[in-house]
Design a protein around this ligand. Structure first.
Ligand code: NAD
Length: 322
């Protein structure tokens, strides 16, 4: 009999891809989202439409902060596994509204853990982030590297992880630390989506710092494969995994790849570094490779081209539909 996966944040970038993959693998999926106002609802509805076309998927519009609604959901649909991706993302905006980040990311996570315990769900996966680490001197972050977040967003993920650790026992709980995920349907506030849109429109692109900062960009299909491997691994207790690529790319090289993909030159401007941004992020993925068989395969040289091709195709479809 097929298993049921409850996925929160299912209308988002990573969530919609996960729902699609799980449905293709024969899971019954209960997709949960509240269409949070961080970016337009229409984009999330479009994500969800693609995901729901892929198989046995039901959707519930529920806020993870609403425990009464969550209880009703868990009562109606017993889940074999919960993947909790719902969150308010974004490092820089978290300085403006830290209380919102704590409310959604911490209280929401506590609610999900409580619901799993109350309804005997054997396993929960939590979307954590490279932002838990802060600025690390070592060449790559290992999971045992101390967490010293630089932003309220990073702090909210550290708190979420602490709650996961406290809840694990009978229930298996995993915190998956994602590293700058990109690909089709990427959140509009993230660098690749934002730069691509501005370059296409002939608008200047702002790089903070001197362009030498680097990020461990991870293509969406690799992240999704990592999540599914974690979901299907038989690991008791509490486990933490880095899901990155382990090969950071400089910001200025990222812009060159986008220029290449779009075949349009960028008008680059430089601004001082922003608070909360570390100089580099780089995952040590030894643990995920050894324990989950995780092996990212898409290099930015290929992934960015796939992204720009998808973007240009969706822009053509949008223009044709008007
Ligand atoms: P996203 O914003 O596209 O997706 C998050 C989804 O959660 C959205 O659809 C939103 O409507 C939903 N949501 C927000 N608040 C909710 C609430 N109270 N109740 C129910 N649903 C709610 O973001 P994403 O990039 O897909 O990120 C997914 C997860 O991965 C998040 O937890 C994020 O913090 C984490 N993460 C993402 C990245 C990345 O590079 N994209 C990196 C590290 C961690």
């Amino acid at each position: 009999m097929s298993k049921t996966a409850l996925v929160t944040g299912a209308a988002g970038f990573i969530g919609s891809h996960l729902v699609e993959r799980l449905a293709q693998r024969g899971y019954r999926v209960l997709a949960v989202d509240n269409f949070d106002s961080y970016y337009p609802r229409a984009m999330k509805e479009a994500n969800l439409r693609s995901a729901m076309a892929s198989g046995s998927v039901a959707f519930a519009e529920v806020d993870v902060r609403d425990y009464t609604r969550l209880r009703a959901l868990f009562q109606k649909t017993p889940a074999d596994v919960v993947v909790h991706l719902a969150a308010r993302p974004g490092v820089r905006p978290s300085f403006e509204t830290p209380h919102v980040y704590m409310d959604i990311n911490v209280r929401g996570t506590l609610n999900m853990l409580m619901a799993c315990r109350e309804f005997n769900v054997p396993k929960m996966l939590f979307a954590s982030s490279s932002s838990v680490y802060g600025s690390v001197e070592a060449p790559a972050y290992e999971e045992r590297t101390p967490c010293r977040p630089l932003s309220p967003y990073g702090a909210s993920k550290v708190a979420g992880e602490a709650l996961c650790s406290a809840a694990a026992g009978e229930m298996s709980v995993m915190a998956l630390r994602f590293f700058t995920v990109y690909g089709p349907r990427q959140r509009p506030d993230m660098a690749i989506a934002n730069f691509s849109k501005r370059i296409t429109a002939g608008e200047p692109v702002t790089l903070y710092g001197d362009g030498s900062s680097s990020r461990d960009y991870t293509y969406i299909s690799d992240t999704i494969t990592g999540i599914v491997s974690a979901l299907e691994a038989d690991l008791p207790g509490y486990n933490v995994f880095n899901l990155g690529r382990g090969m950071p790319l400089h910001l200025r090289d990222l812009v060159r790849l986008i220029e290449l993909g779009l075949d349009v030159p960028a008008d680059v401007r430089f601004e001082p570094d922003q608070p909360g941004d570390p100089q580099t992020t780089c995952a040590d993925i030894t643990r995920a490779r050894t324990m989950l068989g995780y092996k990212p395969t898409v290099a930015p040289q290929e992934g960015v081209i796939r992204y720009t091709e998808w973007l240009q195709e969706s822009q053509r479809e949008f223009a044709a539909s008007r």
